[in-house]
Each structure stands twice: as C-alpha cells, then as structure tokens.
Design a protein around this ligand. Structure first.
Ligand SMILES: Cc1cc2nc3c(=O)[nH]c(=O)nc-3n(C[C@H](O)[C@H](O)[C@H](O)COP(=O)(O)OP(=O)(O)OC[C@H]3O[C@@H](n4cnc5c(N)ncnc54)[C@H](O)[C@@H]3O)c2cc1C
Ligand code: SF4
Length: 333
C-alpha cells in the first residue's frame, strides 16, 4: 500500500486525478482518500478495505468554516467533527447538528473524524466487518447472512432482499433534516448534491452506497440559512449512554406560530439503510397544532411501511416513541 501526502492547494487536482484511476469510488476501490482514518484504517486492519494507494488529504485547504453569501454555512470537508459541533454558529443556528455529532462516538474519535469521512462512514453490520462471512455489500453476489442471522441492530426502512444494513451516522441525520448540500470536485468538474440524493438505497447493488464516482473529492458541505426561531432537537436511543450507535434516532427542525406548525423537517437514524428523511410525518404535521396526538400520528405514518427482521421488530415501536418524543420536545420549545 502506498501513502501519498498532498500539501499544497494545487495538489487537490493531483489527488483527484490519482483517485480517478480507480475503477470505482465504492468498496474495493484501489485508491482511497484518507481523512481522519477512523473508518478507513479500521476497515483496512480488518482487510475489509484493501486499497493499493491511500491519498492523505489532510493538508489540502478544506478545513475551514465560513458564512455563505446567503447567510448559510460552508463546512470544509476536513473540518473535524468536534470543531463543527462546538462552532459558535452551529451551536446557535444549527443546534440539531451539534447535538447529533456530540451524541456519537467518543471525544477522541470526534477530534479525528471529518465532515466528509462521516458522510462516507460504512455500516457496522458484523458480517460486513468479518471477511470470513459472505456479504453482498463487501462481495457482490455472495449473499446476506444478516437476513437469517444476527439482525437486531439492522434497518427496518429501505431494506432489500440483498442488504438490510443500517446507515450508522448521527451527523448525516441532522444534515438530512437541515437539507444540507454536498459539494464535490471530480475529474469532470464540480457538482452539488442534496443530501437526500447522496446516499443510495441498497436495492440489488448494496455495494454502491453513494452517487460518488471514482476520483470525486468532497470539498465542502453547505447548510441553508437558518430558520429564524426554529426549534431543533436530536434524540438518540441506544444500548448504552455513550460510545454506541443509534438503535433509533430522530432529528427535528420545527417552526411554530400561534401553536400551529408552520415549518417541519424530520429525519430518522438507526432504522434506515440511509439517513431517513420522513416526508409522511412532515406532511402529517404541517399546519396542525403541535399537540401530542398529532406527533404520535406522524410517527405512525413514518413507520407504516417498516419491514422488520426476526430480531428487530422492537425497533418499530422504539422509532415511533423516539420520533414522538423528539417532536414533542421541539413543540414544547
Ligand atoms: C468505535 C467507534 C464508534 C463510533 N461511533 C459512532 C457513532 O455513535 N455515531 C456516528 O455517527 N459515528 C460513529 N463512528 C463513526 C465515525 O463517526 C466515523 O468513523 C468518522 O466520522 C469517519 O470520518 P473520518 O474522517 O475518520 O473518515 P475516514 O476513515 O478518513 O474516511 C472514511 C471514508 O471517506 C472517504 N473520504 C474521506 N474524506 C473524503 C473526501 N473529502 N472526499 C471523498 N472521500 C472521502 C475515505 O476514502 C473513506 O472511504 C464511530 C467510529 C468508531 C471507530
Ligand atoms: S446486511 Fe448488508 S452489510 Fe450486512 S451482511 Fe447483509 S449485505 Fe452485508
């Protein structure tokens, strides 16, 4: 394995050109960007990822945060999760993002983990991380042992007959509710991808996790201008109080005027194969009084099409309660 270190701004183009030599940006890619390394190095130690070349992007000028011309926020790809969570503007204008990041991993990991790396973190499915086992995501066509095996922590929304792995990120759930946009520089130029279109459902190609192509470098993420006076809440339920992934989580951004919900964005974590936006719940709540029974009805609507496996039926009620609680907390201001 060769390690390339890029130090100057002009090296960005060189990094992209080198990465574009890979056949794919997905699993099995020969060339990988290295940011915090808390996913990549972990998976390399397990032989799940075996890149021939690793490009260290930490010295590229992608580590800044600044206000955009429309009053939103631009977050560089290598901004550390801790710096993002504790940034004054994030705590004031996008508190749901701060809460979500601080609910994840550990302080040490958050000090290393980056914005782009978090967007591209990979599932914690035990079979995916064990090369002695088949896994369609790791080795397309080899099978999905989780469907008849250990599936307590797996997804109940967005699954397919080929993969039921949960998307593990907390940060992405808050970004989905905030309608973040991911900016990419690739061999054919720059493009911007709304977060809802960035991650892919597994379908029959679970090894394809995002819309990224070989050579695509995430340069930054933007958040739209904050909704003034919005109430923002992230609730995360898990097996232990820290250093644990979500069994169910909910991010809510809500505006209430005269007791009526006038703006609402909802996303769920721990239950979907991608960060799970909940349009049914949003539609059920828009223009309604922010009352407990309306919150519960919205949660019911979101989980209506949930498809549990043998060990994770409990997640349906857990997710409903998680979302209801998050909505009521936001509604009560
Ligand atoms: C023990 C443990 C517990 C954890 N708990 C949680 C948790 O509770 N909640 C949670 O959300 N997360 C959790 N995580 C995951 C953690 O948040 C991720 O590992 C981290 O965010 C990944 O960021 P990174 O910068 O280290 O990524 P890296 O490992 O450097 O990279 C990850 C992937 O992104 C690619 N990449 C990185 N930067 C770019 C870029 N700019 N453009 C294109 N590709 C890029 C890399 O090539 C690689 O494929 C946990 C991790 C560990 C090890
Ligand atoms: S759920 Fe997905 S990641 Fe887990 S074993 Fe099945 S195919 Fe692999």
């Amino acid at each position: 394995m060769h390690l390339f270190e890029f130090k100057r701004p002009e090296d960005e183009a060189a990094a992209i050109a080198t990465a574009a030599q890979a056949k794919t940006a997905q699993q099995g890619a020969e060339v990988r960007f290295l940011a915090g390394g808390t996913t990549l190095i972990d998976l390399m130690k397990l032989n799940v990822e075996t890149p021939a070349r690793v490009l260290d992007i930490n010295r590229l000028p992608l580590g800044e945060m600044e206000t955009t011309s429309d009053g939103g926020l631009r977050i560089g790809a290598t901004v550390r999760n801790s710096d993002l969570a504790y940034h004054e503007r994030v705590q004031r204008d996008y508190p749901v993002l701060s809460q979500a990041i601080l609910s994840g991993a550990s302080a040490q990991l958050r000090n290393m983990a980056t914005t782009a790396g978090n967007l591209l973190q990979r599932t914690r499915c035990v079979y995916f991380r064990d090369t002695a086992m088949p896994c369609n995501k790791r080795e397309p066509g080899s099978g999905c042992p989780a469907i008849i095996g250990s599936n307590r922590t797996m997804a109940i929304l967005g699954t397919s007959d080929h993969c039921i792995a949960t998307h593990p990120s907390d940060m992405c759930v808050a970004m989905a509710a905030l309608e973040a946009v991911i900016h990419v520089q690739g061999p054919t130029g720059a493009r911007s991808i709304p977060i809802g279109e960035f991650h892919l459902l597994p379908g029959d190609t679970p090894h394809r996790e995002t819309v990224l192509e070989a050579g695509d470098l995430i340069t930054h993420v933007t958040l739209p201008p904050p909704r003034s006076g919005s109430r923002q809440v992230y609730v995360k339920l898990r097996d232990r109080a820290s250093y644990e992934f979500a069994l169910s989580s909910a991010a809510v951004v809500m505006q209430v005027e005269g007791g009526t919900i006038t703006y609402i964005r909802i996303a769920l974590g721990g239950v979907g194969t991608k960060p799970w936006r909940a349009p049914e719940a949003e539609a059920a709540l828009m223009g309604k009084p922010a009352k407990a029974d309306n919150c519960r009805e919205a949660a019911e609507a979101t989980l209506r099409n949930a498809k549990p496996q043998s060990e994770n039926k409990f997640k349906i009620e857990l997710a409903k309660r998680c979302l209801t609680h998050a909505l009521q907390t936001a509604a009560n201001g």
